[in-house]
Design a protein around this ligand. Structure first.
Ligand SMILES: NC(=O)c1ccc[n+]([C@@H]2O[C@H](COP(=O)([O-])OP(=O)(O)OC[C@H]3O[C@@H](n4cnc5c(N)ncnc54)[C@H](O)[C@@H]3O)[C@@H](O)[C@H]2O)c1
Length: 239
């Protein structure tokens, strides 16, 4: 099989819901073979063998390693894209945070990115791409998001450090910082409708228009870009 014929393998975390799900589907439609990881079970029945789902908690490096090994050994193929999208955003303040909540937020949002990146990197093709999901809360203060904002600021900095580490292999590492996006997780906060009126473009984002940027950052148009975080917030946060 020549390089051109070889299937493009992408690992997508948080693939059961929201932007992770949209990203997995968009990549499958564009011809990628997707390993869709999530802590909860999910199916993509209409995509047949194009999307493989595995239940994995990204905070468990052993589970991540097993899933990637099983997939790559099974297909004999290398990974060309990792999209680290799994994340949690429970509210927290100085008054109500607990050590348990701190560990949960940082374990999923920060350690999860590290675990998946570390396990995938060995299986990645030189010239591949990694896209991490940060948040506008990494750049602008969001009331009641004490731990979440700090965890996403860590993702922005991890993205820069990893970009430098992986540059010798021409693996580019970038991040996306969404603002308000119409996802199930976000809808559950009950704050989305009110938030929409405050967004300069007058609406919250749709998962597909964020997922599109994963494919842009993975593709040749972003071939000279690494270590950057792209803010997609309808003007809500302008740096
Ligand atoms: N929705 C927004 O407006 C928004 C804004 C900024 C940033 N983000 C970030 O974008 C990403 C996706 O957000 P979303 O709203 O689409 O999410 P969502 O809540 O709809 O889905 C997140 C998915 O991650 C999975 N997940 C959580 N913990 C996991 C773990 N330990 N291991 C494996 N999977 C796990 C969940 O099961 C879920 O399927 C997150 O990192 C989030 O912080 C979201």
């Amino acid at each position: 099989m020549t390089l051109a014929q070889e299937a493009k393998v992408a690992v997508v975390t948080g693939a059961a819901s929201g932007m992770g799900r949209s990203t997995a589907v968009m990549l499958a439609k564009e011809g990628w073979r997707v390993l869709a990881l999530d802590r909860v079970a999910t199916t993509f029945s209409e995509y047949g063998h194009t999307i493989t789902t595995t239940e994995v908690d990204v905070t468990r490096r052993d589970e991540v390693a097993d899933a990637i090994e099983a997939h790559c050994a099974g297909t004999g193929q290398v990974i060309r894209l990792v999209a680290n999208i799994a994340g949690i955003y429970p509210p927290s303040t100085l008054d109500d945070f607990t050590e348990d909540l701190y560990r949960r937020v940082f374990d999923v949002n920060v350690l999860g990115v590290l675990n998946v990146t570390a396990e995938a990197a060995d299986r990645m093709a030189d010239g591949g791409a990694i896209v991490n999901f940060a948040s506008v809360d990494a750049f602008a203060v969001s009331r009641g998001q004490l731990l979440y904002g700090a965890s996403k600021a860590a993702v922005v900095m991890l993205t820069k450090e990893l970009a430098l580490e992986l540059a010798p292999r021409r693996i580019r590492v970038n991040a996306i910082a969404p603002g308000w996006v119409n996802t199930p997780g976000n809808a559950a906060t009950g704050r989305m409708q009110a938030a929409a009126s405050g967004v300069p473009l007058g609406r919250v984002g749709e998962p597909d228009e964020i997922a599109r940027w994963v494919t842009i950052l993975a593709g040749p148009d972003a071939g000279y870009m690494t270590g950057e975080t792209v803010v997609l917030s309808g003007g809500d946060v302008i740096r």
